[in-house]
Write a protein of this length. Structure first.
Length: 404
């Protein structure tokens, strides 16, 4: 069966095209103007077809959280992951590195072997457990024991799917862990670090190649020491994650980023938590007594005022860069899809709309909402037919009564 998807605006790998994208056996088979070449035609009119988003840093969404306070029951964990993947599809995400607690790595790995009814798991990301800097208005609590046994267990539980580990390279005793992860083919990211420029550059020279949510919880630019941020932006060996919600990093700073370093070296991420999609209000946090506020602007703030992940998906960030910064949609889609696919070695079949690649794409509205999402040519989300995907248990368990 050859299905054609007709649109006036298809974000093809080399530019925006009008025509019919032909999909056969889960892959993109061509681009044509002739409807007679397909057996079934889906006409989306002037709605844009973009490459499926590849979010490599995402802790949760729609009331399903994979980090912080999570169930220890593997069956509950797996069901949470399944719901999470379905909810991600409603945001145009087709590939994801679930950013999960160490205790969930095994469950995420096992769900990755299933046929997903939503986004596909392309690998697993562990942000920590060895982190240092907590950012503005944070309270330092130290870090867990620096244990090579823990690192080995993470790799074992990942069953070959642990692709990214973020850590603070200045933590005493961390070097053997860095060397071990690298020996296992795991990409390492510089994260939540107090290191200044020279320390950061030394960490990159040791083999760390990614900067976690560039600008956030890292030392900033200063005229006497350009800090961890300066190291990330000026080191040619570093790929930079970036949150483009306009809250974690100001839009003016984003403009500066893209002047210093080419957009081809940035990977758009959401850093969403399970709070993403929750109504404005106060919620229980992932530690006893912790309160998280979701603000009208979209901040997720702890009771100390610290940012605790984003509530906005990558698709929202795409709209910011295109509509507010005037960046070409083709460039922005590369940052959201192709760049991470290249970084993690799957660009031969993922990351862009091109003949021979997997038919992973989203149809989006002019206000940057997903209308429908396809993974390998199979529809995994349809705005018209999908029910509310937000976790009903989240409201019962996490919402505080004074929100009423």
């Amino acid at each position: 069966m050859r299905t054609g998807f007709k649109s006036e605006r298809i974000v093809w790998e080399d530019g925006i095209r009008s025509g019919i994208m032909v999909v056969e056996d889960g892959r993109i088979a061509g681009l044509t103007e002739n409807a007679d070449e397909v057996d079934n035609l889906v006409d989306v009119g002037f709605s844009r077809i973009i490459p499926g988003i590849f979010d490599t840093h995402n802790h949760g969404t729609h009331g399903y959280g994979l980090s912080g306070q999570v169930s220890e029951d593997p069956q509950v964990q797996k069901q949470t992951v399944r719901h999470y993947l379905k909810a991600l599809a409603s945001q145009g995400v087709t590939s994801v590195f679930p950013t999960c607690a160490v205790s969930m790595i095994r469950s995420v790995s096992e769900v990755a072997d299933e046929v997903s009814d939503g986004a596909q798991i392309a690998g697993i990301h562990s942000e920590g457990p060895w982190l240092n800097r907590v950012g503005e208005k944070g309270i330092k609590t130290g870090w867990p024991e620096v244990s090579l046994d823990t690192a080995r267990k993470m790799v074992e539980d990942g069953q070959g799917k642990l692709k990214l580990v973020a850590l603070a390279p200045e933590i005493p005793g961390i070097d053997p862990i860095i060397d071990y992860f690298l020996s296992q083919g795991v990409t390492l990211a510089n994260a939540h670090s107090d290191n200044q420029y020279e320390q950061a550059m030394a960490a990159y020279a040791r083999g760390i190649t990614v900067a976690t949510h560039t600008g956030n919880v890292m030392t900033g630019l200063h005229h006497r020491d350009i800090g961890g941020l300066g190291a990330a932006l000026t080191n040619d060996a570093v790929e930079c994650e970036v949150i483009c919600d306009g809250l974690h990093v100001s839009l003016d700073m984003l403009k500066l980023y893209f002047k210093i370093k080419d957009p081809s070296r940035f990977m758009m991420i959401s850093d969403c938590s399970g709070m993403a999609g929750a109504p404005v209000g106060k919620y229980r946090g992932w530690h006893p007594g912790m309160v998280i506020s979701v603000t009208p602007e979209g901040f997720c703030l702890s009771d100390t005022g610290r940012l605790c992940g984003s509530s906005k998906p990558v698709l929202y960030g795409i709209g910011n860069l295109v509509e507010k910064l005037g960046m070409p949609l083709t460039t922005v889609c590369q940052m959201a899809s192709l760049n991470p696919a290249r970084t993690y070695g799957i660009a031969d079949h993922k990351g862009s709309l091109a003949i021979g690649k997997d038919a992973d794409f989203a149809v989006i509205s002019d206000d940057y909402q997903a209308i429908c999402t396809y993974v390998m040519g199979r529809k995994v989300y349809d705005r018209q037919t999908s029910p509310d995907l937000f976790n009903p248990e989240f409201y019962r368990q996490m919402r505080l009564e004074d929100n009423a």
